[in-house]
Design a binder for this molecule. Structure first.
Ligand code: NAD
Length: 499
């Protein structure tokens, strides 16, 4: 019997009241294990009202007390790591080690959030005019909302609410309907860490819930991570309703492999970054671009046996390289992209379609696939596949290779593998992509730096977490002050001043 999930509003579990639900699967077996309630606009408004009521008290709580909640929450995340990882794997399908990585990366944002008082201090100029002081402060915005994807159900909610709440905002999270249990549990743990009711609410739902968040006048800012078409819609709709919006979208991350690269290490990196977590990562390396025929031939020769021997297994199998995909629909979509690649003339060297795990035929598994001779006119180069498929696009020269990520519609991450410092430096400076790895396959910035792609990988202009995140979740007020002793006869301070 599938369990009924809930919302988490004003410090308590709240049953869904809309009568609409969506099944959550165990991707290992294909069974429906839970039903996610899909909130009506009224239920979302109740969550917004709870966060709005909590805002004045939380904003007035001094920053070090807010930080103490973050410290306690971090400890609770560590204490509950195993339980959270099992819960995450059972709905997402990624192996336990990847689930722990997902939680750990979110936890690191909470660690960063513990130090946010330092970034919120503002600036002060003594004597900006005669007996005049000028200072600025970073104030919280109010109720902020986050809409998150299925692929990092722990890390991405924490990217958002960790920074927003430490800055003094209150938050409504609308997680992916495909794997909502971890975000719900995070909200419980956050309360246990000492956050007052309403500071963090979680509502489950679909477009109706999202549209309510995008249009409700009490919501000041929207953070979104998901696919680009939805990101663009979120950005346009949220901005039209006067909100700050940061909306991260899809990706097509290239690895440029120079002739002098250490190919054994490159292959290790491509296997981890291309196929890990079944390729369901926005920073997955999905295109390899060897420079020169010889590099390409050697790369393919080394890749084929490694892709063929990938171990696809249960999300609970510690020896598996990756587990099932999140849903049958996602798995079938990936298989459809492989069909398309073959139709358009790419060479399918390893075919993962039709893979079944013995005893788990209902699970959403797919084997690893490898394409060679993919060209930029093919859809499998132009579009995001979001599955365990690596496309090799061959380039004659470094210039030709470097153009590919720069000219692609997406600009999330990119990597170059080389021993040539000049080539790497010039590539990092000039490539039209937001996050660059030099001999690093998945260049995800750490919590105290900022995460964000370019072009159709991100709409809006402020990145997630780090100082950019603090800027997104705060507004600057600047005060110019003079006390009566400073008001001397004949003194004035007029802006702009000519003196
Ligand atoms: P998705 O766009 O389907 O869903 C993301 C969120 O949007 C979910 O909460 C969903 O309920 C909501 N949503 C879906 N359709 C909607 C609609 N029509 N109107 C309003 N809201 C809607 O994305 P997904 O499949 O959950 O996640 C995978 C995608 O996310 C991939 O494209 C991946 O590249 C991207 N992603 C990007 C980053 C990044 O930082 N750039 C990080 C992780 C994932």
């Amino acid at each position: 019997m599938a369990k009924e999930l809930h919302h988490f509003i004003n410090g308590a579990k709240v049953s869904g009241a809309s009568g609409r639900t969506l099944g959550v699967f165990n991707p290992n077996t294909g069974e429906v294990t839970a039903q996610t309630p899909l909130a009506s606009a009224d239920e979302v408004r109740a969550a917004i009202a709870s966060s709005a009521a909590a805002f004045p008290g939380w904003a007035a709580t001094n920053p070090q007390r807010r930080a103490r909640v973050m410290f306690d929450f971090k400890r609770l995340l560590e204490d509950n790591m195993d339980e959270l990882a099992e819960m995450l794997s059972s709905e997402h399908g990624k192996v336990i080690a990847d689930s722990k990585g997902d939680i750990q990366r979110g936890l690191e944002v909470i660690e960063f959030a513990c130090g946010i008082p330092h970034l919120q201090k503002g600036e002060f100029t003594e004597g900006a005019g005669p007996d005049i002081d000028m200072y600025s402060m970073r104030q919280p915005l109010g109720v902020c909302a986050g809409i998150t994807p299925f692929n990092f159900p722990a890390m991405i909610p924490m990217w958002m609410f960790g920074v927003a709440i430490a800055c003094g905002n209150t938050f409504v999270c609308k997680p992916s309907e495909k794997d909502p249990s971890v975000p719900l549990r995070l909200a419980e743990l956050f309360m246990e860490a000492g956050a007052p009711a309403g500071v963090l609410n979680v509502v489950n739902g679909d477009k109706e819930a999202v549209d309510t968040l995008l249009t409700d006048p009490q919501v000041e800012a929207i953070s979104f991570v998901g696919s680009s078409a939805i990101a663009e819609y979120i950005y346009a709709t949220g901005a039209a309703h006067g909100k700050r919006v940061q909306a991260m979208g899809g990706a097509k991350n290239h690895a440029i492999i120079m002739p002098d690269a250490d190919l054994d290490r490159v292959v290790d990196d491509l296997i981890g970054a291309g196929y890990g977590s079944a390729g369901e990562r926005c920073m997955a390396l999905s295109v390899a671009v060897p420079v020169g025929k010889e590099t390409g031939d050697r790369l393919i020769e080394k890749l084929i046996p490694r892709v063929e021997s990938l171990k696809v297994g249960l999300s609970t199998d510690a020896d598996a390289d990756y587990g099932p995909m999140v849903t049958a629909e996602q798995r079938d979509k990936v298989a459809g992209w492989i069909d398309r690649g073959v139709e358009q003339g790419a060479d399918l060297l390893v075919d993962g379609r039709g893979f079944e795990l013995q005893g788990y035929e209902g699970g959403f598994f797919i084997g690893g696939s490898l394409f060679d001779n993919v060209t930029p006119d093919m859809d499998i180069w132009k579009e995001e596949i979001f599955g365990p498929v690596l496309s090799v696009v061959r380039a004659e020269t470094f210039e030709e290779a470097a153009k590919l990520p720069s000219e692609h519609q997406y600009g999330n991450g990119v990597a170059i593998f080389t021993r040539d410092g000049d080539a790497a430096r010039s590539f990092a400076s000039n490539v039209n992509v937001g996050m660059v790895g030099i001999n690093v396959p998945i260049p995800v910035p750490l919590a105290y730096h900022s995460f964000g792609g370019w072009k159709r990988s991100a709409f809006g202009d402020t990145n997630q977490h780090g100082t950019e995140g603090v800027k997104f979740y705060t507004k600057v007020k600047t005060v110019t002050s003079r006390w009566p002793t400073g008001v001397k006869e004949g003194s004035s301070f007029v802006i702009p001043t000519m003196k």
